[in-house]
Design a protein around this ligand. Structure first.
Ligand code: KIV
Length: 272
């Protein structure tokens, strides 16, 4: 018997917190459109991130900087139409929150109002804490993001592992505490040493979700197109590819082309 949409238990920040408390790991993946979001939600993912990695994956840019607030809202609207159970987080794109906290709040409200998403994520610690507090004061759940923060790529210059040195590691721990004290419901840690991520996850009471941050955190996130092997240029050590869809899809398209050329498609059963 199929479960009616209204009967499906939706994931909430409260449930994510309970998962951390009882030691159940949180699963999170990105999605940017209706079709992929439907598969991911149906598979039972806990959290869907409408990441600004859409800038790379969907639009072909070489950084996350170009994607606009309007484009993020479009992606979030498409994802929300597909979701019945997962908790949906949407990235505030570069330039939509760094200016001042009023602008940050305005951007977050637009995402929530125009897409129907459940929360927003933004990158940084002490530098953006006023914006974090302002957004939270409007009742919008905020997920933090520390470590490798791709919106600052031109400041750091590379996508290598962050916080390997003591000074940067200490700042990361302080920022993590600041975000928790401000009221963030969860934190993403990207590409930092596993030992540091473990320490942060043990120190904070809110869930800590890692990407390239080892297994001693409260959950994991990957970019969907990377773990499905739709993309093939990006191969960091932390990425596990569960499929090789690029080659499989290319093969299928090649077969279709051959069938069309040889008039093997359509056959008698595929016409009227
Ligand atoms: O935009 C994104 O996909 C992200 C994840 C890498 C955490 O922020």
């Amino acid at each position: 018997m199929s479960v009616a949409k209204k009967d499906i238990k939706k994931m909430t920040t409260h449930q994510l917190q309970e998962m951390k408390t009882r030691g159940e790991k949180i699963s999170m993946l990105t999605a940017y459109d209706y079709s992929y979001a439907k598969i991911v939600d149906d598979a039972g993912i806990d959290v869907i991130l409408v990441g600004d990695s859409a800038s790379n994956v969907m639009a072909g840019h070489d950084s996350t900087l170009p994607i606009t607030l309007e484009q993020m809202i479009y992606h979030a609207q498409s994802v929300i139409r597909a979701v019945t159970r997962s908790f949906v987080v949407v990235d505030l794109p570069f330039g939509s929150y760094q200016g001042n906290s009023t602008e940050a709040l305005r951007s977050a409200i637009r995402i929530m109002k125009e897409s129907g998403a459940h929360s927003v994520k933004l990158e940084g610690g002490s530098e953006v804490i006023e914006s974090v507090k302002r957004i939270l004061s409007a009742g919008i759940p905020v997920m933090g993001h520390l470590g490798l923060t791709p919106q600052s790529i031109y400041k750091f210059g590379t996508y290598t592992v962050r916080a390997k040195e003591e000074e940067e590691a200490n700042k990361l721990i302080e920022d993590a505490k600041l975000l928790e004290e401000a009221g963030c419901f969860a934190l993403v840690l990207e590409k930092i040493p596993a030992s540091l991520a473990k320490k942060v996850a043990e120190t904070l009471t809110i869930p800590v979700i890692g990407i390239g941050a080892g297994s001693d955190v409260d959950g994991q996130v990957l970019v969907l197109h990377d773990m499905l092997g739709v993309t093939k240029e990006f191969s960091p050590r932390f990425l596990r590819r569960y499929l090789n869809l690029y080659e499989e899809m290319k093969g299928a398209v090649g077969q279709y082309i051959a069938d069309v050329k040889s008039v093997n498609f359509p056959n008698e059963n595929e016409q009227y």
